[in-house]
Design a binder for this molecule. Structure first.
Ligand code: NAD
Ligand code: IPM
Ligand code: MN
Length: 354
């Protein structure tokens, strides 16, 4: 059978809980489709600072580079807030090491969850959008200065960085509803003006895709008043971080948003929920595992080239949700493991159906 090496990086807070859930479901999908997943588990974030002295070790970065895919939970721990070494730096170093410049964050309204959205009924109905967030440039990775009286985060983008992520967005739009909304702040920022120009040039190679440019402040508003207007949203690192958390109000919880961080073809991707380590609910067994489980689905689709396994997992989540298997963030009383079991059972029970 086909074998894949998966590096598990559970990380901090609810990370280990949701990664265990994702692994449970990934194994069910692997069994059903005759694949073998070989796991290696390593530390990242606060867990790595405590045990290894750094938020991600060189050895872990090396092993990530050798894996077929990385399945990650979350990093971050209040214990290190304001400290010199930060857990989050481990994740940034990993993204940089693997060159994962394109972060795909799909957001879909799930009919059975329409009651979970804080928005007026109907606003989020039928929403199906994809945020393509540039992930290895901008203010996150520019030169930094951190003094007592002055600090700066330089935001830099090059033509090549904009072009390669724009192509990912246009290609994605081709397989969807054929629309790209490029989100920037071109009325103020020089990086945004370069962004807008380069995206416009790339668009000429995609005459079948409609491009619009939207300023980020207006986009933030449209996202919660008329989200149905969006198909693919293409944006820079920092804007994409903020807009994707905002988009969590559409399905109704951070616990529903998966992601795939992809680099050059052939290099391993990182598959991780959009949410963080949620220290407020960590260790209680109530974290919503669907975002991590759906990230495992994205791993099968984008990282391992097995879309049929991805689809089985996605159908499994939809069915579990429709059957009312909901964690507290969605208004239910199911636990993390119970939700994972509900999906795994459905993935396995589909045997022979497809
Ligand atoms: P968060 O996403 O961890 O939590 C925000 C809110 O959403 C909390 O109320 C939390 O309980 C809830 N929530 C998040 N995921 C949930 C889930 N799966 N099920 C149920 N509820 C869920 O954001 P935060 O509180 O701002 O950040 C906490 C820590 O996580 C910080 O250290 C931050 O740096 C880190 N962080 C890491 C990542 C990552 O690893 N990719 C992403 C975001 C934040
Ligand atoms: C995310 C997170 C990270 C980011 C942090 C933890 C570095 O918020 O994946 O969205 O800002 O990219
Ligand atoms: Mn974020």
């Amino acid at each position: 059978s086909q074998r894949f090496r998966v590096l598990l990086l559970p990380g901090d807070g609810i990370g280990p809980e949701v990664v265990a859930a994702a692994r449970r479901v990934a194994d069910a999908a692997a069994a059903r489709f005759g694949l073998t997943l070989e796991y290696e588990e390593r530390r990242i974030g606060a867990a790595a600072i405590r045990e290894e002295g750094a938020p991600v070790s060189k050895e872990t970065l090396r092993r990530a580079g050798e894996a077929d895919a990385v399945l990650l939970g979350a990093v971050g721990d209040p214990e290190f807030d304001g400290g010199e070494v930060r857990p989050e730096a481990g994740l940034l170093a990993l993204r940089r090491e693997l060159g994962t410049f394109a972060n795909l964050r799909p957001v879909a309204a799930i009919p059975a969850l329409s009651g979970s959205s804080p928005l007026r009924p109907g606003v989020a109905e039928g929403v199906d959008l994809l945020i393509v967030r540039e992930l290895t440039g901008g203010a996150y990775f520019g030169e930094k200065e951190e003094g007592e009286e002055r600090a700066s985060d330089l935001s830099v983008y090059t033509r090549g960085e904009v072009e390669r992520v724009a192509r990912v967005a246009f290609e994605a739009a081709r397989g969807r509803r054929g629309r790209v909304a490029s989100v920037d702040k071109a009325n103020v920022l020089a990086t945004s003006r370069l962004w807008r120009r380069v995206v416009g040039e790339v668009a000429r190679d995609y005459p079948d895709v409609a491009l619009e440019h939207v300023l980020v402040d207006a986009a933030a508003m449209h996202l919660v008043t008329d989200p149905g207007r969006f198909d693919v949203i293409l944006t820079e690192n920092l804007f994409g971080d903020i807009l994707s958390d905002e988009a969590a109000v559409l399905p109704g919880s951070m616990g529903m948003l998966p992601s795939a961080s992809l680099g050059e073809p052939g290099s391993p991707g990182i598959f991780e929920p959009v949410h963080g380590s949620a220290p407020d609910i960590a260790g209680k067994g109530v974290a919503n595992p669907y975002a991590a489980i759906l990230s495992a689905a994205m791993m099968f689709r984008h990282g391992l080239g097995r879309p049929e396994a991805a689809e089985a997992i996605e159908r499994g989540v939809e069915a579990a949700v429709a059957a009312g298997c909901l964690t507290p963030d969605l208004g239910g009383s199911s636990g993390t493991e119970e939700a994972a079991e509900a999906v795994a059972r459905r993935v396995a029970a589909e045997e022979g159906a497809a």
